[in-house]
Design a protein around this ligand. Structure first.
Ligand SMILES: NC(=O)c1ccc[n+]([C@@H]2O[C@H](COP(=O)([O-])OP(=O)(O)OC[C@H]3O[C@@H](n4cnc5c(N)ncnc54)[C@H](OP(=O)(O)O)[C@@H]3O)[C@@H](O)[C@H]2O)c1
Length: 442
């Protein structure tokens, strides 16, 4: 088969990898992606969904659930397109992989495997994550919910987070039982950000596209949250190990780095991160997009059966009181992520040219009709444009109008974060290599 024939065939296959696909939002993204892909893409195109979970049992269960969903979708579509079911089913393929983001070796092992077995990847959805919370300040929760319901369940300040959490040792102990000394790696930071950061770097060659033949760019979708304020991230503790809220620290880092990755001032460093050092002039640079699901009823905050219902009630009340950030179900929460995965490159590029790079969120109206909505980011606004004063009603309690100074600080902080993350990546790669356990990608 000639190279061009091979490219045509590859163009018809759309590869999407979802991390943490076995529960909550990850499962919602998988289901919604199947539906939207079958409804919007031509019949000649097929979807290869690579789901990652922490073990095979979870992977089997995930593929089974997604397969059942595919059958259901096909049965429904058969009603309007008689005779199409078999063809539709053949257009979706599942593959499962193991990934534990708390182990850098697991990230490297999966990346190597994918590089050896997969011709390309179109989209990586960096969904997996942990909250790192240990409980709730119940008194404060009840008080703030009763006095300021909508804000209290949109930007809650009553969650209690674990402090000082670090991952298990990254380097396995030696045969004689001795352990190799290594610096601490923040647990929430590693699960939510750094593991995905390494994954994106290693998969960058699979995300690069032929500049001449392909109109689209490979996409890394980083999953953020409505939470993540300027004060959440301490540049002296970028891993958030001592942070009061490590979760918010990782989400602020995601926002800052994702958005500044599009700016000329970070181009040199993101070129290095996205592996543009080799013969890359014939390929397009992958893009990083930031998205969030709004607020959904998942088990990221573990609650018992009764409290789970109370939580859902609180979320619906918030929606009815005017919050746009309560999609509540994971299918609705997946709206922005799936849109970013499937949207035409020209659509995304035009929107960004007009309004600047942004953070894309899943929002709903009072009735639960979902839509994708730009989200205000402290120090960046809705798109980095001064004088943009939309949606006054749905601003976080810490939001303030964007000033030139804030915008400059945001960009500077972004550059510093990129430099710090690249430094950390190289340090950890060297450390693993020196210990003789690092996985070589070639
Ligand atoms: N729910 C919300 O309201 C909300 C709001 C904003 C943002 N988000 C974001 O949405 C994403 C998904 O959250 P969710 O609400 O769907 O939570 P969830 O139901 O708890 O799902 C989290 C997923 O991440 C996986 N995971 C956790 N640690 C991992 C690790 N070390 N390695 C690999 N996978 C790991 C989990 O796998 P296991 O089953 O093996 O633990 C699970 O599949 C997170 O990034 C979260 O920050 C959620």
């Amino acid at each position: 088969m000639s190279l061009s024939e091979d490219n045509v065939q590859l163009d018809n296959r759309f590869y999407v990898l979802i991390t943490g696909a076995n529960s909550g939002l990850g499962l919602g993204v998988g289901r919604r992606l199947i539906d939207e892909f079958l409804e919007t893409r031509p019949e000649s195109e097929s979807l290869i969904l690579i789901v990652t979970t922490r073990d095979k049992r979870k992977g089997d269960a995930t593929v089974e659930q997604l397969h059942d969903h595919l059958l259901k979708t096909c049965r429904n579509l058969e009603k309007t397109r008689p005779g199409s079911s078999a063809l539709l089913q053949r257009r979706v393929h599942f593959r499962q992989e193991i990934l534990d983001l708390l182990s850098l070796l697991s990230v490297q092992t999966l990346s190597k495997r994918l590089r050896e077995t997969t011709p390309k990847i179109d989209v990586v959805i960096c969904n997996a994550g942990i909250g790192g919370w240990t409980g709730l300040n119940w008194g404060y929760a009840v008080w703030t919910i009763l006095t300021n319901w909508k804000n209290a369940v949109t930007w809650p300040e009553f969650k209690i987070a674990g402090v000082g959490w670090v991952t298990k040792a990254q380097i396995p102990s030696l045969e004689n039982g001795e352990t190799v000394e290594e610096p601490p790696l923040g647990e929430v930071f590693c699960a939510n950000f750094f593991g995905h950061y390494l994954l994106g770097h290693y998969l960058a060659p699979l995300l690069a596209r032929h500049a001449e033949s392909e109109q689209t760019k490979g996409r890394l979708i980083w999953v953020s949250s409505v939470e993540g304020y300027t004060h959440s991230l301490d540049m002296n503790d970028i891993q958030g190990i001592e942070a009061e809220e490590a979760y918010m620290s990782t989400k602020r880092l995601t926002d800052i780095m994702g958005i500044t990755s599009t700016l000329p001032s970070t181009a040199k460093i993101t070129d290095r991160y996205l592996d543009r050092s080799g013969p890359s002039e014939k390929t397009t640079k992958p893009r990083i997009y930031v998205a969030h699901p709004g607020i959904c009823g998942t088990s990221i905050f573990p609650l018992n059966f009764i409290l789970e219902y109370c939580m859902l009630f609180a979320f619906y009340m918030a929606r009815w009181l005017g919050s746009q950030w309560h999609p509540i179900t994971v299918e609705k929460g997946a709206c922005a992520l799936v849109w970013l995965a499937l949207a035409k490159q020209s659509t995304l590029d035009t929107m960004e040219e007009r309004e600047g790079a942004g953070k894309w969120g899943s929002a709903t109206d009072w009735f639960g009709n979902e839509r994708v909505e730009r989200t205000e980011v402290e120090g960046w606004g809705w798109g980095g444009k001064l004088g943009d004063k939309r949606k006054w009603k749905n601003r976080s309690p810490y939001a303030k109008d964007l000033t030139q100074e804030d915008r400059e600080t945001f960009e500077e902080t972004g550059k510093t974060c990129w430099a710090e993350m690249e430094k950390l990546r190289l340090e950890w790669e060297k450390r693993l290599d020196d210990a003789g356990v690092g996985v070589k990608m070639e």
